[in-house]
Design a protein around this ligand. Structure first.
Ligand code: C5P
Length: 392
């Protein structure tokens, strides 16, 4: 499998396994990846940056302060351009830093600023690997959606035998290819709705709601990361579509429904949009003039896009969202059954609207699965993982 055009940031931290990272760099470049190497100060005690510069064909980045020579935003630009951030070897100290979200050098700052997946290949003495603190840090990293590759068991540089050796370069390169090439949604067409809808009252006024679209865009990004072909039907938001996602912009519920029906059939339909339940019957074609008289507007119900798609004879796997303000479990499960959905994501609206972090509960035929409180992208990745398991 090829890594052609894949942009990989290879982070090297301080450990004797840093010498294996040189071979890993060579293998990734050979497979077609564009590799930028970032070394911590400790890593440079083991291998000289020049080694990685020669192997990657790119200058090696070693300091947050050197990187600040341009507009000072190298940590943001680099991580935005990357398809994967891979830290190999990842020392016990670096895992601890990651788990706590520290950002005191270029590599840890890149990790915190990233929008791409992060994989780490730990390497350390077996007692350090087994230590309670390392166990806690790894649990946190798993919850934060960090892929942990290895370690392997065997003879260690210190002469002891046990778990903690970094995987061989070839094994890491193969795992990276797997992560980048074929996600669990590879080959699947995923249609996602996001954002609010805007229902016109007249040419200059309308009704909308407080959905920011952040959750739908995060789900679109997570589904694209998982290899899906993602079509995002979005109401009005100020968000940029995630890389690799095709966006169709709509305003009203009727336009959203038409756009969804036009792009189906698909394998999965995820309705994240906060669709207005009603629209103004016969919106005025000219601006309604102000007067001192009361104004009466007649509302009619909008079509329920999700229920309609779920009832189709060749219905895709349908996922709904339910924002409730109380009795979440009861209302969400009732909604799942009513709309005939294999999976529904529930949240308390007052917790989530416009926020970056969300507390979600997944409802499926097996029951409830609360997700740990996290930012929306992490939650979306958890959702996509759960969805992939149910699908496959
Ligand atoms: O019934 P309720 O509006 O709470 O259901 C929410 C779910 O249904 C969300 O997944 C939402 O995107 C979807 N929905 C829809 N069309 C509507 C209303 C809701 O697709 N008209």
């Amino acid at each position: 499998m090829s890594l052609t055009h894949k942009k990989i940031i290879l982070g090297v931290t301080g450990g004797i396994a840093a010498y294996k990272a040189a071979e890993l760099c060579r293998l990734l470049v050979k497979a077609g990846a564009e590799v930028r190497v970032v070394m911590t100060a400790a890593a440079q005690q083991f291998v000289a940056p020049l080694t990685f510069q020669a192997l990657s064909g790119q200058p090696v980045l070693t300091s947050l302060w050197d990187a600040a020579s341009g507009d000072g935003m190298e940590h943001i630009h680099l991580s935005r351009a990357a398809d994967l951030l891979l830290v190999a070897p990842a020392s016990a100290d670096f895992l601890a830093k990651l788990a706590h979200g520290r950002a005191d050098d270029l590599l840890s700052t890149l990790c915190l600023a990233r929008t791409c997946p992060l994989a780490v290949a730990p390497a350390m003495n077996r007692e350090m690997w087994a230590a309670a603190a390392t166990r806690r840090n790894l649990e946190q990293l798993a919850a934060d959606d960090v892929t942990v590759l290895g370690p392997a068991a065997g003879e260690q540089a210190c002469g002891e035998i046990g778990l903690g050796r970094m995987l061989e370069a070839g094994e890491i390169a193969a795992a990276v290819t797997g992560v980048l090439a074929a996600g669990p949604l590879a080959g699947k067409r995923i249609v996602i709705t996001a954002g609010p809808t805007f229902e016109a009252i007249d040419p200059v006024r309308g009704l909308t709601n407080r959905s920011s679209g952040k959750m739908g865009y995060a789900v679109a990004q997570a589904a694209a990361e998982a290899g899906g072909e993602v079509i995002l039907v979005s109401g009005p938001t100020c968000l940029t579509p995630p890389a690799g996602v095709r966006r169709i912009e709509v305003e009203s519920a009727a336009e959203m429904r038409a756009a969804v029906l036009a792009v189906l059939p698909g394998d999965v339909f995820i309705a994240v949009a906060a669709v207005a339940d009603y629209r103004v019957d016969a919106a005025a074609t000219q601006k309604i003039k102000k007067s001192t008289e009361p104004l009466t507007l007649q509302f009619i119900a909008n079509p329920d896009i999700l229920a309609e798609v779920a009832a189709m004879p060749d219905a895709p796997f349908c996922v709904g969202f339910a924002a409730e303000t109380e009795r979440l479990a009861e209302y969400a499960e009732a909604k799942r059954l009513w709309k005939k959905l294999p999976l529904l994501v529930g949240n308390l609206a007052q917790d989530t609207l416009g926020q970056d972090a969300a507390e979600l509960v997944l409802f499926d035929a097996q029951g409830q699965h609360p997700l740990p409180r996290a930012d929306k992208l992490t939650q979306a990745r958890h959702l996509v993982r759960h969805l992939s398991t149910l699908l496959n």
